[in-house]
Design a binder for this molecule. Structure first.
Ligand code: ZN
Ligand code: CA
Length: 397
């Protein structure tokens, strides 16, 4: 009989431990305390400086190599993206884990409150589980790897700035620093086990309708009412859900100066999204054509500004990254749910740069509201899931 090397036995024992949710390995108290600490570091988009310092210390303390890229030069913000690296003790794919450091507003002076296994805020801010739950889970997973001397391949961590303001951190990330074979972004709603492999592309549309000012009572006939022109255009647009994979919205309108002035300027802002890039292009063109036509008919001028914010993503279900995520979920008794989303994330940018990447559910709830919360149980499960992914990849190596 062939003797099995010692590490095979070790891995078998580890499988058992991880199969039970990694409970024995993960220090839930430590996990919660790191999460609480991180959400109390203010980091609204563009102001991630203090957060970078905090994370740099933690990761360096864990023996990781930490690098801050030059993204701040392009984004004009406090700091760049944080990239950390840890060499593996087995071969196998280099895995990347990503989460964003920034939060939306109101995100300053967050007071987390832990009660009955649920963490929420004291009241006037978001919690920032979006996306610090992801960061805390990754930090605890790496801590466990080191502490329990588990087998793992090379790891790369990417903590981005300015995700909430158009993915501009990821867009300006120094990709030359990354060698990852595949990646996992921890920035999605849904229970642990949620694997998002499809997402839409998005265009932002800004239109300025320029009419002509005139006194409303004395010579209105000399004016061109920009509010009326813009309104006509909007009435003629098809908004909302266009089909299963395509949506259109006008979300902002502003203009006018006083009730006795025929308004000469209105700004409209909206977006189009689709899982198919071509469909998004068609919808954006329809919006622009409607605006142009209406402006022309009314003698108004139009300034259009259209930007594609991110491309669509679609990682096939038989891609290694999806299969690994599915196996790891099953390994710890989570139900793998592969699905698409209508939202955008850094995941799009990684895929666009050739790193196959999925977005994982981290059970953050009511995000982007002051009622945001997360269950400790779920935060632990996400951490177990990260460990299970690393473990599965190492086991196959
Ligand atoms: Zn997020
Ligand atoms: Ca968000």
């Amino acid at each position: 009989m062939e003797t099995l090397p010692y590490y095979v036995f070790f891995m078998l024992i580890l499988s058992e431990v991880i199969a039970k949710g990694g409970i024995t390995l993960i220090n839930e108290k430590r996990l919660v305390s790191v999460f609480m600490e991180l959400v109390q570091v203010d980091s609204e988009s563009g102001h991630e400086g203090q957060m970078v310092e905090t994370l740099k210390n933690k990761l360096t303390g864990l023996g990781m190599e930490v690098f801050i890229d030059d993204a701040a030069k392009q984004t004009g913000t406090e700091t760049g993206n944080l990239i950390a690296r840890m060499n593996g003790n087995v071969n196998g794919p280099t895995l990347m884990f990503c989460a964003h450091m920034d939060t939306i507003k109101p995100g300053c002076g967050i007071e987390p409150v832990l009660e009955n296994g649920i963490i929420r805020t004291a009241g006037n801010t978001v919690l920032g589980a979006d996306d610090k739950a992801g960061i805390a889970a990754v930090i605890e997973a790496v801590t466990v790897l080191q502490e329990a001397k588990l087998l793992h391949g090379n790891l790369e961590l990417v903590f981005t700035i300015c995700e909430e303001t158009g993915l501009s951190g990821a867009k300006n990330l120094d990709f030359s620093r990354l060698v990852a074979d595949m990646g996992f972004v921890l920035d999605c709603d849904g229970p642990p086990g949620t694997i998002v492999n499809k997402g839409p592309s998005q265009d932002k549309i800004k239109a300025e309708v320029l009419g002509k000012a005139a006194h409303a009572g004395i010579n209105p006939e000399d004016g061109i009412n920009a509010i009326q022109v813009a309104s006509r255009a909007v009435v003629n647009m098809q908004l909302g859900r266009i089909d299963e994979e395509t949506t259109v919205n006008i979300g902002l309108i502003s203009g006018g100066v006083a009730i006795n002035v025929v308004p000469d300027r209105v700004t409209l802002q909206g977006e189009t999204r689709s899982l198919q890039d071509e469909k998004r292009v068609v919808q954006t063109r329809l919006i622009c054509d409607t605006l142009k036509e209406t402006a022309r008919e009314s003698g108004a001028r139009l300034i259009l500004d259209v930007n594609t914010i991110y491309p669509a993503m679609h990682v096939p279900e038989d891609a290694s990254v999806v299969k690994l995520a599915v196996r790891a979920a099953e390994q710890i008794g989570l139900d793998p749910i592969i699905r698409g989303t209508g939202g955008g994330s850094d995941t799009h940018i990684f895929n666009d740069h050739g790193i196959p990447c999925v977005n994982l559910g981290i059970a953050m709830q009511k995000v982007h509201t002051i009622d945001e919360f997360i269950r400790v149980e779920d935060l632990s499960a996400v951490t177990s899931y990260v460990l299970a992914i690393i473990h599965e990849a190492a086991r196959e190596a």
